[in-house]
Design a protein around this ligand. Sequence first.
Ligand SMILES: NC(=O)c1ccc[n+]([C@@H]2O[C@H](COP(=O)([O-])OP(=O)(O)OC[C@H]3O[C@@H](n4cnc5c(N)ncnc54)[C@H](OP(=O)(O)O)[C@@H]3O)[C@@H](O)[C@H]2O)c1
Length: 284
Amino acid sequence: MAGDPIASAGSDAPAAPGASSRPVQAEAPGRVFITGASSGIGAALARRYAARGAVVGLVGRRREALQAVADALPGQGHRVYALDVRDRAALRDAARDFQADGPADRVIACAGISAGTLTDAPEDFEVFQAIFDTNVLAMVATFEPFIAAMRARRQGVLVGIGSVAGVRGLPGAGAYSASKAAVRAYCESLRVELRGSGVQVVTLAPGFIATPMTARNPYRMPFLMPVDRFARQAVRAIESGDRYRVIPWPMAWVGRLLRLVPDALYDAVAAGRKRKPRVHRDPE
Ligand SMILES: NC(=O)c1ccc[n+]([C@@H]2O[C@H](COP(=O)([O-])OP(=O)(O)OC[C@H]3O[C@@H](n4cnc5c(N)ncnc54)[C@H](OP(=O)(O)O)[C@@H]3O)[C@@H](O)[C@H]2O)c1
């Protein structure tokens, strides 16, 4: 699935209209907490921050996969938290443990799932629920236990991973598209709420990035980007104080265009698009 577009373009790119940056946080990030760190984008961000000298807290359900990522990181002191981000109490415990050794400078809510869903398939309701719980509510639960300490220090960055898929409703992916639209709006609300507090909120909207999530997509993925290249640009966007960034940058223009397309034209074109497979398979 794709990520989000609109406002700004990618870091290597000429800034798109609407791109805007804030002053960079004073200190280089020493401690970074990342959900969804056992795979794909989250693991690549962990590698990138560790290479810059950060101590990383890695969250995911699969302990062995997390440990393998942690073991391969440069530096010492990285922590592994094997938990389900839908478990708010477990997230709170992990946040407390991570902050016991020092405040978190960056918190990246990257854990996410994607699957095709159909509203008129009753068995898909639980898939809708899992996607919203993981992609939206778990992001709130990830940020919540860090905000008080960041406010007190008047520094820190919260990063939400959205998607270009949140720009328009993709057929067959109502849950995922809606969850990523919600991420964008939620992060924007939080960003404004925290204005002036010293705590910044960054929304990253990936286009198509080569990870296990996209590996089985049965459609063409324009501007598909290797995950380590994504992570390099993502860290640059976070550290330069961006508010909202689409990566790779050509997808920002795709997103802008999608926004401008009239509904009737969008419906006609999108209706024929190949769809993300459902968990509950369509009959052959
Ligand atoms: N790849 C793309 O093209 C693309 C585009 C736009 C947006 N995104 C977004 O980027 C984020 C990362 O995706 P990815 O492509 O890196 O996919 P991925 O390789 O499938 O990674 C997903 C990560 O989320 C974790 N996760 C999922 N459910 C979880 C749960 N309930 N509790 C804890 N961790 C959970 C997984 O860990 P465990 O399995 O160990 O729990 C894994 O580390 C997602 O939010 C996705 O929507 C990706």
